[in-house]
Design a protein around this ligand. Structure first.
Ligand code: RB5
Length: 153
């Protein structure tokens, strides 16, 4: 388990998550995390890459330790966040995949879906992800992923 008191979270959502965003954000704060909210706070349709990018940059630059992004499925947010160098964004759909994304894949951003999970599940997956440490035995594979990234222009 990592010390949650020291972890700052970059948080972002799109319009699909408007009904759950405040509840998930407040839940993260209630369990001791510092949360920086990068939007989107409205209900009108918006473009998730705009918010994924802002939150991913914060993680890349070390201003936030990890990220939690919510869109309809968690897929679009992950695709966008993974374009930012240094980001490993994982779409997960239950507590097991949330745990494994941290433990095996060294994900630094969690992407979850407001249309594919309940509020309770969204909170639980976030907590599981944030409180699970990476297992160093997987580090060779993570380095190979970074090597691929470094070969790009
Ligand atoms: C928005 O309708 C939806 O496409 C978005 O929230 C997300 O699910 C994309 O992956």
């Amino acid at each position: 388990m990592e010390d949650k008191k020291e972890i700052k979270i970059a948080f972002a959502t799109d319009h699909a998550a408007s009904q759950v965003r405040e509840a998930v954000k407040n839940y993260l704060i209630s369990i001791g995390y510092e949360v920086e909210d990068f939007g989107y706070s409205g209900e009108d349709s918006c473009d998730y890459p705009d918010y994924a990018y802002k939150a991913a940059l914060s993680v890349q630059q070390g201003k936030a330790d990890k990220g939690v992004l919510i869109c309809g499925t968690g897929i679009g947010m992950a695709i966008a966040a993974n374009k930012v160098k240094g980001i490993i964004a994982a779409t997960v759909w239950n507590d097991d995949t949330a745990r494994l994304a941290a433990q095996h894949n060294k994900a630094n951003i969690l992407c979850i879906g407001s249309r594919t999970a309940t509020l309770r599940e969204l909170c639980s997956m976030s907590k599981t992800f944030l409180q699970t440490a990476f297992e160093e035995r997987h580090s060779v594979r993570i380095q190979k992923i970074k090597d691929i990234e470094n070969k790009q222009n």
